[in-house]
Write a protein that binds this ligand. Structure first.
Ligand code: ZN
Length: 308
């Protein structure tokens, strides 16, 4: 199973910054240790032309040349740096590469990404470019043959609403945006996804999994994707500092299994990205992510066995 990383591009952050930059290197170490069969490659850099499939030329230029306003950078929450530009392009490139690898092998990963708070013309909440939106549009360009458009479902289970993704695809019926998120959590002004499921503070495994089941049933009734992009956020975890939900390790594994199984049953290729994760002990966030990779690897193997 192929996975793409951009974690070597570490942002220079002030001491005490709440973004857990160390978790990317930690995930890489854990995968090498526990899932050595995962084939890890450096992510390619998304080009201006690729980014322009989901972003305005003004936004791409402002981020790239550093002319972006201090106010716009405050909304993102990182200081501007060359490393930030490089990392954002690589992280978007990783989801592009993961989508292509998913078409070849059924399941593939971006070891970062899931930057769903980025709009066409602005960033927000640690997100500069919207990797899933860029990748969805690029896959449509690469796979739209004979007048048939590739339909893409973005299944966003990060605990925060995928507001940027919802906004970018608001009037695009070829991409279905599904977001399960904390009702009272960031972003406080939410956008309308094709399907939004709002969960109360403190929501536990059983209620969450029931809500997910209903959401996937509704997705099934309304849409038939040729590609799934899954944002497997680790932040619904019970000890996440920003999550406000109460999912256990087992609950999150059941969540992942449900999504991978949904795609597998329909033989739809699935690319997944990490999105958020902010446990006080960052090793616990990485433990959730490793769990996602173990489930993903199980379904990747099914694809390979079926192809024989
Ligand atoms: Zn999040």
């Amino acid at each position: 199973m192929r996975a793409f990383y951009s974690g070597q591009f570490v942002l220079p952050l002030p001491p005490g910054h709440r973004f857990p930059m160390s978790r990317y290197a930690l995930l890489r170490d854990r995968l090498l240790e526990h899932l050595p069969a995962v084939d890890m490659d450096q992510a390619p850099r998304a080009t201006d032309g690729e980014l322009a499939l989901a972003h305005t030329p003004q936004w791409i230029a402002a981020i790239s040349d550093g002319s972006v306003s201090p106010q716009a950078m405050r909304e993102i929450g990182f200081p501007w740096s060359e490393a930030m530009v490089e990392r954002s392009r690589r992280s978007t490139g990783a989801t592009i590469a993961a989508c292509r690898a998913a078409f070849a092998g059924g399941v593939a990963a971006n070891m970062a990404g899931g930057t769903h708070h980025a709009y066409a013309d602005k960033g927000g909440g640690f997100c500069v470019f919207n990797d899933a939106a860029v990748a969805a549009r690029l896959m449509q360009a690469e796979h739209g043959r004979g007048g048939r458009q590739l339909k893409v479902a973005v299944i966003d289970l990060d605990v925060h609403q995928g507001n940027g993704t919802a906004s970018i695809f608001r009037s695009d019926p070829s991409v279905f945006t599904l977001s399960l998120h904390g009702q009272k959590n960031f972003p406080f002004r939410k956008e309308a996804s094709d399907l939004d499921v709002e969960l109360p503070d403190g929501c536990g495994d059983a209620d969450y999994l029931t809500a997910l089941e209903h959401a996937l049933d509704e997705l099934d009734r309304r849409f038939s994707p040729g590609l799934v992009i899954y944002l497997a956020g680790a932040d619904p975890f019970e000890r996440d500092r920003l999550g406000r939900l109460k999912l256990t390790f087992d609950g999150l594994e059941a969540r992942d299994r449900r999504v991978f199984d949904w795609a597998w049953q329909r033989r739809v290729p699935l690319a997944f990205a990490m999105a958020g994760g902010y446990a006080s002990d960052i090793a616990e966030t990485v433990q959730v992510q490793l769990g996602t990779f173990k489930v993903a690897f199980d379904y990747w193997r099914r694809w390979q066995n079926a192809a024989r």
